[in-house]
Design a protein. Structure first.
Ligand code: SF4
Length: 548
């Protein structure tokens, strides 16, 4: 049966850069559904229009508390958000002959909006099937299904494949128990079906960013920076990362021709030249193969990519630069060899890290070293070791994140073994209510636990801010990721990437829709050329050093 569905992205408010980028998970889920013979469209509300609508309604975001801030007893953003959720529910309900609606829930702050809209839809169209998917479902899926009637089921693992199977049987809920990776309501406690096996990306469609499927991209009210996945999974087994698997390390690569086809297609549809390759676990051979394929096709693109210290080689770095890569990031976590080995399970050394960061800078790449602080075993010595590594290697940027319990990681599976204390179901319920009142303002993004070693969440955020201040005092930006650095270069802020990130970030945080729109338009004008021009422009001649 050919079903009709809508995939909905409703980011938490206030927005971040990420919310304004095209959503790869949705595009990939859409490709799976369309590949299985179903009809679907993406309703993405992470746009400038949404920002303008929410920002223009009182009260001003500036009057809301920041985290950690005092509790506020007023209505907060609730009236604005409720009106917006009512409008979204009406819009979604107005689509004719819809079999199911799937909400992409990316993290904790995004949960509240999805639940609100889903509940209203349930009132308007009781027969419509409502599904949740994305990493946020794994955070408190059980609590959600037990306490709310918002969703008929949640896809816990590979959203796209599970949705395609679910679509085939959407009107036969009694058969859902055989679909891998679902959480289904059941008497007493929700039932989880066994997770899916690993699968080959060769057999999967890439991502469908086409204007018919993804109408929000037509009007260019999103940042036209597209995420590409050239591989899936990782051969390493870092404890804090869901990509690797302690039980079965694996990485699956997509053929470089398929990756270049996807870049080419997006270029043809939107004239887009800006891309971000997201999988840090891609082996050197894959990174080089993709770089050579882009060059062989004369695709004049600029891109950023996440990568791994162990996979790096001088030849691969040169191939990256020659093919249009402008920024690269390495997740380092800490400058302490003891923590790298025992706590993070990273599989590389501090000395190796230092030489890779230097080589990356020497290859002309904007080099980002990502750190995590504080982990439960951090102390003043490990803090100093991290600072010493930064002093020696001097990357262009060193973002420092607080540890998060990412669903699927060893940290998330056994938080107590790693010194974390996660939220209880009751605390998650309270968090949901707060999100409904004030939006995401003042709520830590992502999957931060309640306690990190001796620190509460608030204290950990203060520790993190203190390290970031020290890093900045030493002349290294501590908040700039590689994709934002790429955006800044496109927007004409080469050498002033931090100023670009600070200005756009402040506009988004403060709900300055007009200011954010000016930045987005500036970037899109620079990053997109008239349709098909991408195909006609030639790249600089290939260098002998990268073969071909
Ligand atoms: S942190 Fe990087 S290297 Fe480690 S498992 Fe994740 S993707 Fe792989």
């Amino acid at each position: 049966m050919r079903t009709r569905s809508i995939l909905v992205y409703l980011p938490a408010y206030p927005f971040t850069f990420m919310n304004l980028m095209p959503n790869r998970s949705l595009a990939s889920a859409a490709a799976c559904l369309i590949g299985a013979g179903h009809f679907t469209r993406i309703q993405d509300y992470g746009t400038l229009e949404t920002l303008e609508q929410l920002a223009s309604s009182p009260p001003s975001l500036r009057r809301l508390p920041t985290f950690p801030g005092r509790r506020r007893n007023g209505p907060g953003l609730r009236p604005t958000l409720e009106a917006f959720h009512r409008q979204v529910s009406r819009e979604l309900a107005a689509f004719p002959r819809t079999d199911f609606i799937a909400f992409y829930i990316e993290d904790r702050p995004a949960l509240a909006g999805a639940v609100q809209v889903s509940k209203r839809l349930r009132e308007i169209k009781p027969d419509l099937k409502l599904v949740g998917f994305g990493p946020g479902t794994r955070l408190c899926g059980g609590t959600l299904l037990k306490t709310a009637t918002a969703f008929d089921c949640l896809c816990l693992h590979d959203g796209g494949r599970a949705l395609a199977q679910l679509a085939d049987r959407i009107h036969a809920p009694q058969t859902w128990g055989t679909i891998p990776g679902l959480l289904i309501p059941a008497p007493g406690h929700p039932q989880t079906t066994p997770g899916p096996d690993t699968h080959s990306l060769v057999l999967l469609p890439g991502a469908d960013y086409g204007p018919a499927t993804y109408p929000a991209l037509r009007s260019r009210t999103k940042l036209m920076l597209f995420t590409i996945e050239d591989s899936h999974g990782c051969d390493f087994t870092c404890h804090g990362c869901p990509r690797g698997s302690a039980r079965r390390p694996f990485v699956q690569t997509r053929p470089s021709a398929a990756v270049a086809d996807e870049v080419w297609r997006i270029g043809k549809e939107y004239g887009a030249r800006a891309f971000h390759f997201c999988n840090a676990g891609s082996p050197a051979a894959q990174v080089k193969a993709v770089a050579c394929e882009l060059m062989a096709r004369h695709l004049t693109v600029w891109y950023s990519r996440a990568w791994h210290v162990r996979h790096t080689s001088p030849a691969a770095l040169r191939a990256l630069t020659a093919s249009g890569c402008r920024a690269v990031s390495f997740r380092i976590d800490t400058g302490s060899q003891r923590l790298l080995d025992d706590y993070y399970g990273r599989g590389f050394g501090v000395t190796e890290t230092e030489s890779v960061l230097r080589a990356s800078k020497a290859a002309g790449l904007f080099t980002v070293a990502r750190f995590t602080y504080p982990c439960p075993e951090d102390d003043t010595h490990t803090r100093e070791e991290t600072l010493r590594l930064l002093e020696r290697a001097r990357p262009h940027s060193a973002p420092v994140a607080v540890p998060e319990l990412l669903p699927g990681s060893a940290w998330d599976a056994h938080p107590e073994n790693f010194g974390f204390r996660p939220h209880t179901e009751r605390q998650l319920g309270a968090l949901l209510r707060r999100l409904q009142r004030d939006g995401a303002r003042g709520v830590p993004r992502g999957f931060m636990p309640r306690r990190i070693g001796v620190w509460t969440a608030v204290q950990a955020i203060r520790e993190n801010a203190s390290l970031r201040r020290t890093i900045e005092e030493r002349g290294i930006p501590s908040t700039l990721p590689e994709d934002v650095a790429l955006m800044a270069k496109f927007a004409g802020y080469d050498g002033r990437e931090v100023a670009f990130a600070d200005m756009l970030g402040a506009r988004l945080r403060n709900g300055d829709a007009a200011g954010a729109a000016a930045f987005v338009e500036g970037f899109n004008d620079a990053a997109c050329v008239p349709a098909r021009e991408l195909a006609l422009r030639r790249l600089a001649p290939l260098r002998a050093a990268v073969g071909n």
